[in-house]
Design a protein around this ligand. Sequence first.
Ligand code: GLU
Length: 321
Amino acid sequence: MSPTPTTRLAPSPTGALHLGNARTFLVNWALARQRGWRIVLRIEDLDGPRIKPGAADSIVGTLAWLGIDWDQGPLIQSSEPGPAIDAMTRLAQAGLAYPCRLSRGQVESAASAPQAGAHEATFPAALRPPEAGRPCRFDPAAWPDAAWRFLTPPGEVGFVDRFAGPRSIDPGATIGDFIIWTRRGTPAYQLAVVVDDARQGVTHVVRADDLLDSAARQLLLYRALSLTPEPEHWHLPLVLGPDGRRLAKRHGDSRIDAYRTVGVPPSAVIGLIAHWCGLSPDGPEPMTSGEFLRRFDPDRLPRSTITFLPEHDQWLKSQAE
Ligand code: GLU
């Protein structure tokens, strides 16, 4: 029997939702509602120091204010550590995970060319300890200040992204043995996302293309853990500031709550996102989430990055009630 098609909205409560996140969630929601996929809302709160108190509630409130709904959740990622511990136990027993005490600085100085913009330093196979690859017991208490790494196999991981097209990525060459369990004693993003997607029945992953490279690492973990079915991916181009960099404070306040506070209605935010999604090419026009859903057509989504221009900000503010 094939599984119920299921997608997830997976915000990290590291700050309030901004226009770029809202674009991704609205597209994910519209794809799901048009195609009858179930939607799970999952709060990814494992990113220790970056988590902001109150951000999860604020994000859930903002999604609802925009008219986005879901069928299950919010599920809180940190509330159930058991499945990730089981996965680590299996990987360690299979010789595919090992503890590593090297600091980020030590790894960076050993890597020949750090990857531009990478969150994690590339870990070359030359740095593997001699015991890597041997079955071991996953026992973080015995290794108090170690992170655990995945023994990344050599070779390309191929997959067909439904939006970005066919991809072939070699995680062994580009990122090496990546971290799957942090020194803080929590599952790292790559492992947590795979374990949760699999157990929550996620079949469709829709997100921004800054995570395209991560998809290959996640597929390796699916295979190492014999998890099926592997999800189908849709990676969307990012929304950037006029300088071509990720949306940030220097581009003005693009948080949805900041617009909401000055009286901008949800229909204006959705209208701007609809314009970015190719639904109103001549310029933004106010639109409810229901109208967005009726008009949404993935074939009209732009293939290249979207630029948040000063005139977009001005238009949103001109819609304040
Ligand atoms: N929580 C991640 C983020 O907000 C998304 C993870 C994912 O979609 O796999 O960037």
